[in-house]
Design a binder for this molecule. Structure first.
Ligand code: ADP
Ligand code: MG
Length: 438
């Protein structure tokens, strides 16, 4: 089901936490820029329920938006300047010429990427107008809930709206996925897609090339609890395999005409479960290390000398298969649906832990503690730290959270003195990006 609509323009809320945050943004904006914002945008973070590290191999993923988001207040200025401030002064102010800037390794780079994306692909004729922006976000950063992509999405939506341009959600998601390459992160496009395409109360299966999304209603009584391991994410370089024409495992599957379970068998029949040396791979592919570097490897992976072909490929194919199993269970809504979803989530965790090796001891601890009390738990986001997500029966949610509080967070130094609501929270599927006007 495609949803080729533009992000909605909504009325400024009249109450609630979002109202308070927008109001604070408006007051601060007026103080710092001496005029009122013309409008506001919001773009949510996300929690991926299943399908980890498969989007950039061309496979579908299963995320939902969280309530937490990035908000931006914006007004144009006639000085041709781009002023980017943050309500949190740990993020320093920045300004530049709106039509002539260079990306830099700092928080505002995510905003600049959004500006660049609309400049390059948004269909704006002529130069950009100056803009004053104030950013305020409450997605825990570097925790696997994609605060960075939400910031890019919010910035792009704000710039498009400031120039009177209406783009569909899909187009915005594609622009934002492209423009993030200016930061050097090239994901598969899940984060930007869900930030725009999310709808309240449903999770989404998101497929790529072309980008499309299908709403999936989760079985009644399903609650997802997100728990931050508080281990900072250390995004290790990960290796991607395949050769020349077929740089994505998804493309390889297509050309071979096999099902995902058949691809899993192919992996176990073809590869030994040991790492392969770079020279050995070159021999198998009849190529040189230079050509392998150039075609398949990236700046981050060129130095790697050993590749776990069996484990990494088996993760991708089995995880891609689990996404569709997860959807089928949601669609069928049998009596055992919750148990089956929980088991798939635990299988997914084992695969990221043992085959993809992107977990962290603290995430593993959270997942082990969750056994029996939740229906299943897994790391979410890139891994190597950050958050886990657990499927919990609605009636057990409080007991589950208390168990984690007693057995994990009370002994976790990084949790002491922190607001627990931003570390351990239940999440229902939230809505996608939108614009607010007063
Ligand atoms: P994730 O996307 O999983 O949250 P990343 O490490 O990719 O983690 O992105 C985190 C970065 O995004 C932060 O270091 C910061 O530069 C930027 N960021 C996130 N939230 C905000 C915010 N509210 N204000 C400014 N920058 C933010
Ligand atoms: Mg990120």
């Amino acid at each position: 089901m495609n949803n080729s609509k533009c992000p909605p323009v909504k009325k400024f809320p009249t109450e609630g936490e979002r109202y308070q945050r927008l109001r604070a943004l408006q007051e601060k904006f007026t103080l710092e820029f001496s005029h009122n914002p013309q409008f506001y945008v919001r773009a949510p973070g996300r929690v991926n329920l299943i399908g980890e590290h498969v989007d950039y191999c061309g496979y579908a993923v299963f995320p939902m938006a969280v309530e937490q988001d990035i908000l931006i207040a914006l007004a144009t200025n006639d000085m041709g300047k781009l002023n980017v401030h943050n309500i949190d002064k740990d993020y320093p102010d920045f300004f530049c010429n709106v039509n002539n800037f260079e990306e830099q390794p700092a928080w505002f780079n995510y905003v600049l990427c959004g500006v660049r994306g609309i400049m390059d692909e948004g269909g704006i004729e002529g130069p950009l107008v100056g803009m004053d922006m104030l950013v305020g976000g409450n997605i825990p950063p570097s925790s696997g809930l994609s605060s960075s992509s939400a910031l890019v999405c919010a910035a792009a939506l704000a710039v498009a709206h400031a120039h009177g341009i209406s783009l569909t959600k899909e187009k915005l998601a594609e622009i934002c996925a492209h423009c993030e390459t200016h930061i050097g992160t090239q994901g598969g496009g899940m984060d930007q897609a869900i930030s725009f395409l999310a709808t309240e109360d449903t999770a989404k299966v998101i497929e790529f090339n072309p980008l499309r999304s299908t709403s999936v209603t989760l079985p009644p009584g399903a609650t997802f609890v997100v728990g931050n391991s508080l281990a900072p994410m250390n995004k290790a370089a990960n290796s991607r395999l395949a050769w020349k024409m077929y740089q994505k495992l998804g493309d390889l599957q297509k050309v071979l005409g096999k099902s995902l379970p058949q691809m899993m068998t192919l992996v176990t029949d073809t590869f030994e479960a040991r790492p392969y040396g770079k020279d050995e791979i070159c021999e198998l592919l009849r190529t040189t290390p230079e050509e392998l570097d150039q075609i398949t490897l990236s700046e981050n992976t060129r130095h790697i000398q050993e590749f776990k072909l069996h484990d990494r490929a088996l993760h991708v194919f089995s995880e891609a298969h689990r996404v569709w199993q997860f959807k089928r269970v949601c669609d069928e809504q049998n009596d055992t649906a919750l148990e089956e979803l929980g088991r798939l989530m635990l299988d997914s965790h084992r695969s990221t832990q043992l085959l993809y090796e992107c977990s962290h001891p603290k995430l593993d601890t959270l997942v082990e503690l969750s056994q029996g009390v939740s229906l299943g738990a897994r790391l979410t986001g890139a891994g190597w730290g950050g958050c886990m997500v657990a499927l919990v029966e609605e009636k057990s949610t409080e007991a589950y959270k208390k168990m984690l509080q007693d057995r994990y967070y009370s002994q976790e130094p990084a949790a002491q003195g922190r607001d627990m609501n931003s570390i351990l929270f239940s999440s229902r599927p939230g809505s996608g990006a939108c614009i607010f006007v007063e």
